[in-house]
Design a protein around this ligand. Structure first.
Ligand code: FES
Ligand SMILES: [Fe+2]
Length: 439
């Protein structure tokens, strides 16, 4: 449980909040690359951490993420024209490029006065990069942007990954907590039976172990970029099934299910405001393209990727109770809602727009949740007294792995990590640019 004060600290990311200040120290995924694939298309309205922006790609391919307010008299540039390398305000024709510079003032005669205004009339513009099939932005001082985090999905060829996003209608932190609490798999995602059989149906042994052991033991270890978490369940006699996830500061998580050869999965939570967030989901293979079968599952709601409309709003959402089917709940699915992503969304939304953590009763299986909160609250408090988050300085530490492992009973978590990933925290230095050449 958290005090109300700590809950406010953890959840609120507006521009004048401690957590908002911490988020603005890190590069953040803000859109899919596909959203701004074409130059000169109309600007998109976007909102991040309670602030409004416009996102567009100008004629020469450069991406702009700018404040919507025209520097002349404050008209909304959303109504403007994205033309000839800039966004032109339709009120009096002033024009701004992707860097926020004023490049034309047609309602003034040429001369020194106009030149002077053009030099000083800027709009706020954020540095942006295309990285891993996503657009990332830096919300801090433009000249102080650090290196991008070397997350694995950005280091593989485009054909090896699949990216998506969806709107989540609750606060970012409780949704992320769903990813660091891997105990919930035994319940929310449980399959009861195929219709008519009355018997549990398991896709593979993993599902059976998850079903049969609903009280996993948790071990959490720190590393340079965040936390690695292991949830251990009983497997076949003499064996333990480990589900290993990663939390990467401040808002990314790598999923625990992957066995060798299967695609990895990651999610990032970008607050829209304190009551909504974008969830960016990526699945990728380090050494092969995504297969046709995998692609089919990703595009048709049979995976961690949600089914969404053209605005990235899930088809099953708060407004239609996620198409909860009580018959299905009796017979086939523990939760009665179809789709992994939709099951997570429904149960996380159900905690409230901002979960009141002063009214919880936590158990040992909430260890990942507890450690995530502690780390984030510490980082936000430290920053208030001038201590910068150390993770920003080690972009290479974001190259980590998550996944599942079956190990002999009694083997320590660190030993399991070493055997599964060749490193005691799941670091993956072999992925980094130049690693192959250095060998
Ligand atoms: S308000 Fe934009 S050009 Fe006048
Ligand atoms: Fe889940």
């Amino acid at each position: 449980m958290l005090t109300r004060e700590d809950n406010e600290l953890l959840t609120r990311t507006g521009p004048d909040t401690p957590m908002g200040a911490l988020f603005r120290r890190f590069w953040q995924p803000v859109a899919l690359a596909e959203e701004v694939a074409t130059p000169d298309e109309p600007p998109k309205r976007v909102r991040y951490m309670g602030e409004d922006f416009l996102l567009f790609r100008q004629t020469d391919g450069k991406i702009g993420l700018v404040e919507p307010r025209c520097a002349h008299r404050g008209a909304d540039l959303y109504f403007g024209r994205n033309e000839d390398c800039g966004l032109r305000c339709v009120y009096h024709g002033w024009k701004f490029d992707a860097d926020g510079g004023c490049v034309d003032i047609p309602n003034m005669q040429p001369g020194r006065a106009r030149d002077n205004i053009m030099k000083s009339a800027r709009i706020r513009s954020l540095p942006v990069r295309e990285w891993g099939g996503q657009i990332w932005a830096w919300f801090g001082e433009p000249d102080a942007a650090p290196e991008l985090p070397l997350v694995e999905w950005a280091l593989v060829p485009p054909q090896n990954r699949y990216v998506s996003k969806k709107l989540q209608e609750c606060n970012w932190a409780q949704s992320l907590e769903g990813a660091v609490d891997t105990a919930h798999f035994s319940y929310v995602h449980r399959v009861l039976s195929e219709e008519g059989t009355g018997k549990p149906v398991y896709l593979d042994k993993r599902q059976q172990w998850i079903h049969d052991d609903g009280a996993p033991t948790f071990v959490v270890e720190e590393h340079e970029a965040g936390l690695v978490m292991g949830g251990a369940r009983k497997a076949d006699p003499g064996e333990t099934y480990w589900r290993i996830s990663q939390f990467l500061t401040p808002n990314h998580s790598l999923a625990p299910g992957t066995f060798p050869g299967e695609p990895y999965a990651a999610q990032s939570w970008m607050p829209v405001d304190d009551e909504n967030c974008w969830i960016f989901t990526v699945t990728w293979c380090p050494d092969r393209p995504i297969s046709d079968d995998e692609l089919d599952r990703y595009e048709n709601g049979r995976s961690v990727h949600a089914m969404v409309d053209e605005d990235y709003v899930p088809l099953r959402n708060r407004g239609n109770e996620y198409l909860l089917d009580r018959d299905l709940q009796k017979t086939k699915l523990f939760m009665g809602i179809t789709g992994l992503s939709e099951q997570d969304a429904a149960i996380q939304d159900s905690q409230g727009r901002i979960a009141p953590r002063d009214r919880e009763i936590l158990t040992p299986s909430d260890e990942g949740v507890i450690r995530f909160r502690k780390l984030m609250i510490k980082r936000a408090r430290d920053l208030q007294i001038g201590i910068e988050p150390p993770e920003v300085q080690v972009p290479e530490a974001y190259a980590t792995h998550s996944g599942g492992a079956v190990a002999p009973e009694g083997q320590s978590f660190v030993e399991v990590l070493k055997e599964r990933f060749g490193d005691d925290r799941g670091r993956a230095p072999d992925l980094l640019p130049g690693a192959a050449a250095a060998e």
